[in-house]
Design a protein around this ligand. Structure first.
Ligand SMILES: [Zn+2]
Length: 245
């Protein structure tokens, strides 16, 4: 379970790992405060804290098409990169398109990125064969990228990802960039099996994993908490990486 940046790779925050500047957007602020409270509650102590100070991570609401991102934010020494883009609505101008639990999922998922977590499909036991693949960060044009990366054993998963994501998303992009991330040795992925219940696992990747590979490489830890967001594996990993001060 859990794919994360190693402790010695330069974490910025230690005692309070992530301090979140108070949101100025009222609607986002309420949702965000709920998500932070839930995360801390599930861990059992304060892992993330909102602050009045300008230090810490800035939460940015993004409107329009796009994805939420925050990769390695909490490890970044460049203050201009200390921001979480939380995209609560991909197509319309209000928060109503997604349910409250979906929005919380996005917020907590992004917070875990800020804490150093990567996507669970980057786990070494996710059945994507990197062996012969060149290190690349090329993320555009699925088929062109995949043609360069082609490994016969990956064909089924690639095709199913394309179907699962429909058009408009780049199904191979995270698996292509996994090779690059694993090669720099900053990512730790040795923890047992791939956790299919992790909040860091993309649902589409999980679906394919469970359909074809679950008995061999994946293990579901149970979901914990009333909103069913974090897995037991997520909580265990957070407690180890960010122990109680
Ligand atoms: Zn993510």
């Amino acid at each position: 379970m859990a794919v994360f940046y190693k402790r010695d790779s330069g974490r910025v925050w230690s005692q309070i790992p992530v301090r979140i500047q108070k949101c100025t957007d009222d609607k986002l602020r309420g949702l965000f405060a709920d998500a932070v409270a839930e995360l801390n509650g599930l861990i059992g102590y304060t892992v993330v804290q909102e602050t009045e100070s300008d230090e810490g991570i800035k939460v940015v609401r993004v409107t329009g098409q796009g994805s939420s991102r925050s990769q390695t934010t909490g490890y970044n020494t460049d203050p201009t990169k200390n921001r979480i883009d939380v995209n609560l609505n991909r197509t319309k101008g209000d928060y109503g398109e997604k349910s409250v639990s979906e929005n919380k999922f996005v917020i907590i998922h992004e917070l875990l990125h800020a804490l150093g977590f990567e996507h669970e499909q980057f786990h070494k036991r996710y059945p994507w064969d990197d062996t012969e693949l060149p290190v690349t960060s090329a993320l555009d044009q699925d088929d062109a990228v995949y043609a360069k990366l082609r490994v016969p054993g990956n064909q089924k998963i690639f095709n199913e990802l394309k179907t699962a994501y429909n058009s408009g998303f780049v199904p191979v992009q995270y698996l292509a960039s996994r090779r690059k991330n694993l090669s720099d040795t900053k990512l730790e992925t040795n923890w047992n099996n791939c956790d299919t219940n992790s909040i860091m696992m993309y649902p589409e990747h999980d679906k394919i994993l469970k359909a074809h590979f679950s008995a061999v490489v994946a293990q579901a830890t149970n979901k914990v908490g009333s909103s069913n967001l974090l897995s037991a594996g997520d909580i265990q990993a957070l407690r180890v990486i960010y122990p109680r001060a």
